[in-house]
Write a protein that binds this ligand. Structure first.
Ligand code: SF4
Length: 153
């Protein structure tokens, strides 16, 4: 039995359940399975992987019970990513309204994320709307319809 903490490329690829070619490619691109590829050592022309590093690298992938769970996890991370992006884009803690209200009142309709931007679940106070020069009717009607849609689910 091999007691070495290091694995050659073939064993490392087997361990990661990918083709040796895929692992080799990841050393050039720096990407493996859409993540930053695992670190490796170059011993002259030879490449080796540390078993411990591969194990830790695999830990970033969540265990899922089935493909529906996997899809939900993906959707959730996408939701988080959009929320995070919008928050960083417009939120001003010194300005009026919560981050969610400020994002919802974003006026950049040409943004690719506009339709997917997070929406508040409660009506936005008139004082906040007036700060942004937004008329009351349009956003409140949308929020009310969204709340109604959630209630019916
Ligand atoms: S939708 Fe608005 S807040 Fe979100 S990223 Fe686009 S411009 Fe920024």
């Amino acid at each position: 039995m091999n007691q070495s903490p290091y694995m050659n490329c073939k064993d490392a690829a087997n361990y990661l359940c990918c083709a040796e070619y895929t692992l080799r490619l990841s050393r050039s691109t720096g990407i493996l399975f859409t993540k930053k590829g695992p670190k490796f050592r170059k011993l002259g022309r030879k490449v080796v992987y540390d078993h411990q590093i591969l194990q830790e690298w695999l830990e970033q992938f969540e265990h899922v019970a089935n493909t529906v769970c996997a899809l939900q996890t993906k959707v959730m991370s996408l939701r988080k990513a959009i929320n995070h992006h919008c928050l960083n884009c417009v939120y001003d803690k010194l300005a009026s309204g919560t981050w969610l209200q400020q994002v919802f009142l974003c006026s950049v309709k040409s943004c690719a994320l506009y339709d997917a931007r997070p929406k508040p679940t409660r009506p936005i106070p008139e004082s906040v709307l007036s700060c942004y020069g937004v008329s009351l009717a349009e956003p409140q009607a949308l929020i009310t319809s969204l709340i109604g849609a959630d209630d019916n689910e």
